[in-house]
Write a protein that binds this ligand. Structure first.
Ligand code: GTP
Ligand code: MG
Length: 218
């Protein structure tokens, strides 16, 4: 059974945006090999294994666009995806960042990714919003707070996404949502809304598409 046809123009902006062709644009290991600036960018930051790459795939509706894995430390570069129209004009870029708080990779490699990621989060004119992903089972950890402090200092607007909410028992989501919102109250660059998401069960994905679409260019 195919879905009923809804004309593109009648869809909400986020649904329209994410029906366009997503493509891999660039992988950067250091600040010096970032792609030239272009369309507005949003990025996904968070601890290793929290579900950043899976969320990129859920948004674009493609299982294999970003490489997700149960092995922490999968994404080792800043991976840029672009969504462009038929005219090839980029509407938005989505940047999948390496995770933090993962001790298995070699020290020098960690220094390199952390530095590149930190520099990117601090000084990129086209970066409009960082989404900081937090595992809903664990809540905010000290290294999340450290990243949030850095984002507050650089005045980059950020929003917390609680991931893997399919793993929570009834009632647990309200508790973690309440605690997370409380922790955001005094953070100047934090968006007060927290988005609960499950990439596996497609929960909250539509809302995040609409949020991202507010940064896109027509
Ligand atoms: P790094 O690149 O290592 O930093 O990890 P990441 O944050 O990109 O995580 P990734 O998307 O690779 O997912 C890590 C693991 O979490 C994989 O085993 C995914 O299948 C699982 N996962 C991701 N999203 C969800 C979700 O919504 N629900 C559940 N239950 N598992 C998820
Ligand atoms: Mg990843």
């Amino acid at each position: 059974m195919s879905e009923p046809m809804v004309p593109m123009r009648d869809l909400p902006p986020g649904e329209r945006l994410f029906r366009l062709e997503p493509r891999f644009l660039w992988a950067a290991k250091t600040m010096s090999d970032l792609p030239p600036m272009g369309a507005p960018e949003v990025c996904f930051a968070g601890r290793s294994n929290v579900g950043k790459s899976s969320l990129v795939n859920a948004l674009v509706g493609r299982k294999g666009l970003a490489r997700a894995s149960s092995e922490p430390g999968r994404t080792r570069e800043l991976i840029f995806f672009a969504i462009a129209g038929k005219d090839e004009v980029e509407r938005i870029r989505i940047v999948d960042l390496p995770g933090y708080g993962h001790a298995v990779a070699s020290k020098t490699e960690i220094a390199r990714w952390n530095e590149a990621t930190r520099d990117f989060l601090r000084g990129r004119a086209t970066l409009k919003r960082a989404f900081v992903l937090v595992d809903s089972r664990h809540g905010l950890k000290p290294n999340d707070l450290e990243v949030m402090r850095m984002l507050d200092t650089s005045a980059l607007s950020y929003q917390i996404i609680l991931t893997k909410v399919d793993k929570l028992k009834k009632g647990e989501l309200d508790v973690v949502l309440g605690a997370t919102k409380e922790a955001l109250k005094k953070r100047p660059a934090a968006h007060p809304e927290v988005l609960p998401i499950s990439s596996h069960e497609n929960l909250g994905i539509g809302q995040l598409r609409e949020e991202i679409a507010t940064f896109s260019v027509d």
